[in-house]
Design a binder for this molecule. Structure first.
Ligand SMILES: *[C@@H]1O[C@H](CO)[C@@H](O)[C@H](O)[C@H]1NC(C)=O
Ligand SMILES: *[C@@H]1O[C@H](CO)[C@@H](O)[C@H](O)[C@H]1NC(C)=O
Length: 323
């Protein structure tokens, strides 16, 4: 029987390579994209509600976009979250910046104070929501700076700030199911003093669903990358068909591989639905699909990178495009 299983695996590998080329997640620096999503889904699990990742809120004061890592909306609160993968000793330097010292071999690195950054983000978000018709009292918005790196050792002057969730506190949330944990959560995330109406929170979800965000590439194997989708690269006839899959018309598309032994169909299917302006991503109105050559690529500008990069469509599971 083992011989058969082994043969099966070999045949599978050969076919896979033959059809698609080896499927592998390309080697690139995803920056903090994956960390944002990991933190967001953990917050949703612990705290309920829905987390929005990689927002780019227009800031009239600087006429630029204010990046926000994660916004968690629960039934009673809006939490603006900054995620910082700092490692080593972290202290407040001259001028208020945070200084991280990894070890003796690395030069200390300086970063803007994330607590100040989130305070600014709360302001920008609050006025954006107001512009779109929801005015939230101050008590409904809070800010958190999560430091999820186990190697991060913040100085007391940082760790004691109520906005800061150090690794110890963060990892403490692991014991979700253990009794007594809720008193602890209350400690880190105290009960909200928000007095807003319930329908206000429904509107909030609509607004944040349709607010400007970074585009998101999801690779096969659960890795994500935030940034900006630029274009498809491929044969002219494929590009001609793909012109329908553009930002103004499509909010998300899924890449589907041919079935393993469907030799006749070594093309990739791009499945998309028209952008849903109801802001309800869960129930698409209709699905369309376009078959393209397997070596079609997309050009994508990752967040925190100066140069756009090409990615093979065959490595990609889905792409979300911000309006
Ligand atoms: C976070 O920092 C650690 C080094 O301390 C590094 O190994 C890891 O890849 C970083 N994670 C992300 C998502 O950047
Ligand atoms: C986007 O797609 C729509 C619908 O398929 C099409 O009419 C429009 O010309 C496309 N826009 C661009 C810029 O290609």
């Amino acid at each position: 029987m083992w011989v058969e299983i082994l043969c099966g695996i070999v045949v599978y590998k050969i076919f896979r390579r033959f059809l698609l080329g080896e499927v592998e997640v390309p080697d690139f620096d995803a920056g903090s994209s994956n960390l944002y999503f990991a933190v967001a889904s953990r917050l949703e699990k612990i705290y309920g509600g829905k987390a929005y990742v990689g927002l780019r809120i227009p800031d009239p004061e600087t006429s630029s976009r204010q990046h926000i890592d994660v916004v968690l909306v629960t039934k009673r609160e809006v939490m603006v979250v900054a995620v910082r993968n700092f490692s080593g000793f972290v202290l407040v330097g001259d001028g208020g910046d945070w200084v991280c010292t990894k070890d003796k071999k690395h030069k200390p690195e300086t970063f803007p104070d994330p607590v100040l950054e989130t305070a600014r983000q709360v302001e920008v978000l609050q006025s954006y929501l107001e512009l779109r018709g929801v005015s939230l009292p101050k008590g409904c918005l809070s800010a958190k700076v999560i430091l999820p790196n186990p190697e991060c050792r913040p100085a007391y002057s940082i760790a004691f700030q109520p906005e800061v969730v150090s690794f110890d506190k963060w990892v403490g949330l692991k014991s979700d199911v253990k009794p007594g944990i809720f008193s602890w959560i209350k400690d880190v995330f105290p009960g909200s003093k928000c007095e807003a109406q319930d329908d206000c929170f429904q509107k909030l979800h609509f607004i944040l669903n349709t607010a400007p965000k970074w585009d998101r590439l999801e690779f096969i194997g659960d890795k994500s990358l935030l940034g900006e989708f630029i274009e498809f690269i491929g044969k002219p006839e494929d590009l001609q068909a793909l012109r329908h899959v553009n930002r103004s018309e499509v909010g998300q598309f899924i890449v589907q591989k041919p079935s393993l032994f469907g030799l006749g169909r070594s093309r990739l299917n791009i499945i998309y639905s028209p952008r849903d302006f109801r802001g309800d991503a869960a129930s698409p109105l209709e699905w369309n699909d376009i078959a393209v050559k397997p070596y079609t690529e997309i050009l994508f500008q990752p967040l925190n990178s100066k140069k756009p990069r090409k990615f093979k469509l065959s490595n990609i599971a889905s792409v979300s495009l911000s309006a």
